[in-house]
Design a protein around this ligand. Structure first.
Ligand code: 4AD
Length: 463
């Protein structure tokens, strides 16, 4: 049963989530169990007192029942080890509780533990990012973040993809946005002899895509899942300076295949999250966003809309809700446009495909019938907006070279990238899913700073 591993690793305390699961299956009340965790709640009554201990494994901790004075030295926020018998709890929640035999204080806590069992604002919690994961919301979030990571690897593994670790330090600017962080050695500042540690300017990567294309050109189906960095001065609830991106790159595909893969992938991860993280999602649905579960089920159950960019612009121009003249053919979409489009289609995800070449990066494949359009896709989802950006890559040497030259990019830096088009070039493509935006989508959390362990954004690099 779920408690079996405790026998193998007998020095480990049992996880409280496993105790809760075993509670559903029937409890052996003769056995003594040991748990370790942090005290979330203390209630002292006339003849009896209770503490709730949480070890981060589930939304609900374990309620521990002791005599009236048992917990007089125990404070909220402290770490304890408790031993006792498990018994069926009163009422619906908790289903299982511990009748205390023995309690040890592992780490004491002053009376003024910053995280009190009451509502705190997200702004306040961000100030104590080193403690916030002991609260319910961040507690649930980091379990969901972990499960999402596992499911993402699982999806690709099941479908024959190879995971590639692309470099974090790079000489190229994948998105051509010029919004990179430069990497300099602290020694560079002291000596003029070698102005660049790497012999040339180096940056933190904005995307692993260009390097992933190397491996798609040898292993056919690959993906990266790593940190990416952007020096965008976008102080919004959807932008971070450091975020994680999942980037599959696949040989021998066209745009329709790319759309199919992105849709299948998202549905797989969300569907399994609904099963594997049922309690955490119910928590978010209750506390953060009461439309969450319905929206996620809708996402899994419906075909995503596929809309040409030009049709999207016409739709926006015809709409009375969109500010007059706020958008023209050739423009990028703003937040209000994204919102209108997903709402218009009944709050299911919408792919916008085939955008103007002039507003997209150099690597996107020029359309065969219209040289002003590229073969690409952005996925818009309700509440969050743009979740995925992807494309078919330009696999023709001459057109790619011309793009690089027309944009005034340094040809030497991209020689290796051009080489991939010289030696056995094939049609290929892929996409990038912003992991934190995905987590906003599956939790309903409004601010991207609340879905990453330690956020980095302009004017903030605490820890
Ligand atoms: O659309 P983007 O810029 O696409 C790329 O980087 C491609 N190279 C991906 C590929 O085709 N392999 O970014 C992809 C996604 C966005 O849709 C968004 O979800 C997320 O990355 N993203 C950010 N997330 C948080 N903070 C930021 N500053 C982000 N910028 C992009």
């Amino acid at each position: 049963n779920n408690l079996n591993y405790f026998k193998r690793f007998y020095k480990w305390p049992v996880r409280i989530s496993d105790i809760r699961k075993s509670g559903d299956a029937g409890i052996d009340s003769n056995k003594i169990h040991k748990v370790k965790g942090w005290v979330r709640n203390i209630r002292i009554q006339k003849n009896v007192s209770f503490i709730e201990v949480n070890d981060g494994s589930s939304v609900q901790g374990l309620q521990i029942v002791g005599d009236k004075d048992t917990f007089s030295n125990i404070k909220h926020g402290s770490a304890v080890e408790a031993e006792g018998n498990l018994m069926k709890g009163e009422g619906k929640n908790p289903q299982v509780e511990m009748q205390l035999k023995n309690i040890k204080l592992i780490g004491d806590c002053p009376n003024e533990f910053p995280l009190q069992p009451k509502h705190h604002t997200f702004e306040f919690l961000r100030e104590i990012a080193h403690l916030r994961s002991r609260g319910n919301t961040a507690g649930a979030l980091f379990r969901m973040r972990n499960e999402s990571t596992q499911l993402i690897h699982q999806y690709f593994n099941k479908n024959g993809f190879i995971n590639v670790h692309t470099p974090i330090i790079t000489a190229s600017d994948c998105e051509g946005g010029g919004e990179q962080f430069q990497v300099v050695s602290t020694l560079d500042n002291k000596s003029n002899k070698q102005p660049h540690f790497f012999g040339e300017p180096a940056y933190l990567t904005v995307s692993g895509q260009l390097e992933a294309e190397i491996f798609a050109s040898s292993h056919s189906r690959v993906y990266t899942f790593g940190p990416t960095f952007r020096a965008e001065k976008s102080n919004t609830p959807r932008h971070l300076s450091e975020f994680w991106m999942i980037e599959p790159e696949i040989a021998f595909i066209d745009l329709n295949d790319n759309l199919d893969i992105a849709e299948d992938f998202l549905k797989y991860v969300i569907n399994n999250l609904l099963i594997n993280c049922k309690d955490d999602i119910e928590f978010f649905n209750k506390r953060i966003d009461t439309g969450l579960i319905e929206r996620l089920k809708k996402t899994v159950d419906n075909k995503f809309i596929r809309l040409e960019y030009k049709d999207a612009i016409n739709l926006l121009k015809e709409s009375k809700e969109i500010t007059q003249n706020s958008i023209e053919m050739g423009d990028d979409l703003q937040r209000e446009h994204e919102k209108y489009i997903t709402q218009h289609f009944g709050n299911v995800p919408v792919f916008i495909i085939n955008w103007p070449k002039s507003i997209k990066p150099f690597y996107m494949r020029q359309d065969d019938s219209n040289p002003n359009v590229v073969s690409n896709m952005d996925l818009l989802v309700p509440e969050v907006g743009e979740l995925i950006g992807g494309s078919i890559r330009e696999e023709r040497y001459d057109i790619l070279l011309k793009n690089i030259q027309d944009l005034g990019m340094d040809q030497k830096t991209y020689e290796w990238y051009l080489d991939l088009r010289k030696y056995g070039s094939v049609p290929h493509g892929g996409f990038g899913l912003g992991f934190e935006r995905f987590l906003q989508y599956v939790t309903g959390l409004q601010n991207i700073r609340d879905v990453i362990p330690i956020p980095r954004y302009q004017n903030y690099c605490k820890f």
